[in-house]
Design a protein around this ligand. Sequence first.
Ligand code: WT7
Length: 664
Amino acid sequence: MGGNLLYENNSYLPPRHGKDVARVRSQQEYEELYNFALADNDTFWERRARSLLHWSRPWEKVNNSDFSVPRVEWFRGARLNAAYNCVDRHIITDHRNKAALIWQGEREMEVRAYTYQMLYNDVCRVAAALDGLGIRKGDRVALYLPMIPELVIAMLACARLGAVHTNIFTGYAEGGVKNRINDSGARIVITADVVMRGGKPKPLKANLDRILGQCPSVQKVIVVNRSDDSVQMMRGRDVWWQDFLEDFTLDADFPCVPMDANDPLFLLHTSGSTGRPTGVLHSTGGYLTYAAHTTQWVFDLKDSDVYWCTADCGWITGHTYLVYGPLALGATTIMFEGTPTWPRPDRYWRIVEKFRVNILYTAPTVVRGMMRDGEEWTRRYDLSSLRILGSVGEPMNPEAWVWYHTHIGKGELPIVDTWWQTETGGVMISPLPYATSLRPGSVTRPLPGIDADIVDRNGQPKPVNEGGNLVVRNSWPGQFIGVFQNEEKFKSYFDRFPGMYFSGDGARRDEDGNYWILGRMDDNINVSGHRLSTSEIESVLAAHPAVAEPAVVPVPHELKGEAIYVFVALKNGIDWTEALRSELRDFVRKNIGALASPEVIQFVDDLPKTLSGKTVRRILRKIAAGDDLESLGDTTTLARPEILGEIYLARNRLALGQPEKQAD
Ligand code: WT7
């Protein structure tokens, strides 16, 4: 309808059609907003906060943050409730009967839709029932749930009460779940009998049963019945969701608890730079402002749009862009239980056609998977409802960008490649679809109000096109307000470069001011857009009785972006067997989850170390990637450089499917 995007000066220009009614209409308007937000930051955010949300008490101060403490504090003194903003206020307008949430189950025939009124009814019921269990403001509630509407309802019910939800991705196995529950001190866990994966139910409640003995804070477990699977219910502790709600039928106009803008809305764990997951805390007022603001501008969201973010609510993307952002704006948000490829690789396109999706937000790994499966799958469907495409989680390589633009966007649609993190709460660097010229592979420019920069190791700005550390010089409302019960960890984000927030990412900026993300500078690995910490995986492996010492490094992977490569030195006298290899792989899967499953496990006699005994991961990375021996860089600081040759040869044997050591 709009014609192909014009291509000039290595960039795709924004679409002309739709520009006049866009939220931000041109490059010039972006520049004006950017400069205004820089010059008068408080006024910029105050206007956004006032126009986007309902506050029951105004603020005394807009931004009271100070990175030198560090303290992140927005809208001090103000009150609001996130559930009120996402649900209640829409049922007193003509949005009352609008679809708030459309759920597509894994099976095509399973669809459930909630109007705002229906969502209100259920959120009130669940809030009343949680209140009946004694859940109060500030209590933590763990949500270990599949992508089903009960998850969204439970999140909003917690928000209504001021309880802090802590979502745990269903892909985490026992160890990952246990660490998160124990770190949060949750009193209640809400789960389901199973999670559907590829047409089959996989046990979820049973995973919990194996660890709850080691989770002393948990008093009650509420179980949603997803698939009539048999589960063991422990008397007095476990209760079915249906029974839990029974006493709270329709009378429940359960009131919202007024929250301070800086009371936490939720806790979400991410991988930090140590073995222990980082409990990222987000505020109620600042976070919700930022979620609504970025959803509206980055996706140019309009009232008539059908909006689909494909992320799981176990991740920050699902929090901000499936639940809080779109619902705060009174939009229609789609929730999909399944995967792109089951039962066939056309699943997303069926959904786009079926619900006439206008905005699609997904991840590079999904696009690369679709590229591999071939564009035939896209051609059978009418994708003409789509207006804007989005991407998040990891760098989008130009080939995937062009494929997405060509086969899904039919050459006409802009792609917003959005850079952000669990800690930032929402998108930070990204195109605005009708204002920004696009360069495949670049996340383009910081949003208005975001004072990003790239600095060297001394905190000095880097020249054009040189890689450095990606930092932000000023707070923004979506910034995390702390790390749960770990002040030191919170400080660590601000002490690397005084006066700045350090993202942990490397980036460079080109001559036109576009940012290019180069990946993590710390020990995080990005597997299919999921952040994993190498030290978390190493500490799991080190606990295995056969392991003397592990080293975990990322390797480039065609679909996943990066994959996990493990080098292990075994204890004396333990044989290098295939059985042990699969045992170690299972051990990691069981303790963290399938997403941490090592791609390759290579046995070594010794790890390369410096004279002072530090493992040199820089060299192991290169060996894992299959780089030439000559390109390993300086090896003179190693205690025993001679071991590299053997590790290198063994790597190549493994890559050919042979064992590390050739039979004598
Ligand atoms: C890390 C944050 C933000 C929600 C999903 C991941 C990488 C994220 C991009 C992008 C290149 C990206 C960064 C970042 N990342 N988006 N568009 N281009 N890299 O959240 O688990 O907190 O991970 O993901 O390395 O630091 P997360």
